[in-house]
Design a binder for this molecule. Sequence first.
Ligand SMILES: [Zn+2]
Length: 278
Amino acid sequence: MKYIYKNNLPILFAIFFITGVAVYLLLFWRSSTFRPLAQGSSGWQHLREEETGRLNSVPVLLYHNIDGKGPFSVDLDALRGHFTLLRDSGIRVLSLSEFVERLGGGCSLEERAIAISFDDGFLSMHTKLLPLSREFGYPITLFVYTDNVYVRADKNITWKRLRELDAGGVTVEGHSLSHADLVRLNAQNTPESKKRLFDEIYLSKRILEKYLGKEIKYFAFPYGRYNIPLIRMCMNAGYERVFSTDYGSNVLTRDNYCLRRHHIKRKYSFEHIEKIVR
Ligand SMILES: [Zn+2]
């Protein structure tokens, strides 16, 4: 044994030297050369970045009223500020249809994008939102519940006003019949509750389609309350997609049926809004 070591000492030194150099290269040269690439443009980190990066996810904003009263109502100046922020940041506003078309497509957006929605159907949609959406050229979606729509009224939304909104770039979609808590209704499991659930999901769609003369493709759950049986009912009713109030952006690589929305509250600072949209 001793003999083998003595006679092959130069070879052993060579082996140690080569191994040392290899270890050095692996630990230091590799890390300094490849690590930045692995984080930015290659390796699994890149795949993760691609999946969750801003060019691959679309936040959908959710507003309610525009009178600055109550926690869910922004004032017109604040809303104008949000719209201006989107324009100045070069963020494209997609209609819900354009956004849904990109889902599951597997390719990133060329620029950051966002979608904007309003729920319920307040008069301010006609008096304030419609002129503002025209001014900025933003396509917007308004989810209305049909009990909230009047034939004739001064202080409420009417079918005539809804048709004007729909023709003017504020697309109208479904938000049930009476704005009931559908999860609670479904849990009752009585003949009456089943009939009511049918009216909330199916009948409301038909009423909107009849009065507006177009297909209603999307449904927003009242109070953002939903479960799997309700999602199935919406699929059977013919809605192409449903919208919740679950926070977070929608990743384009996943063709989800139930999509998330960022509920914008009046107390949110401008910085908070910037964080959501950028
Ligand atoms: Zn609502």
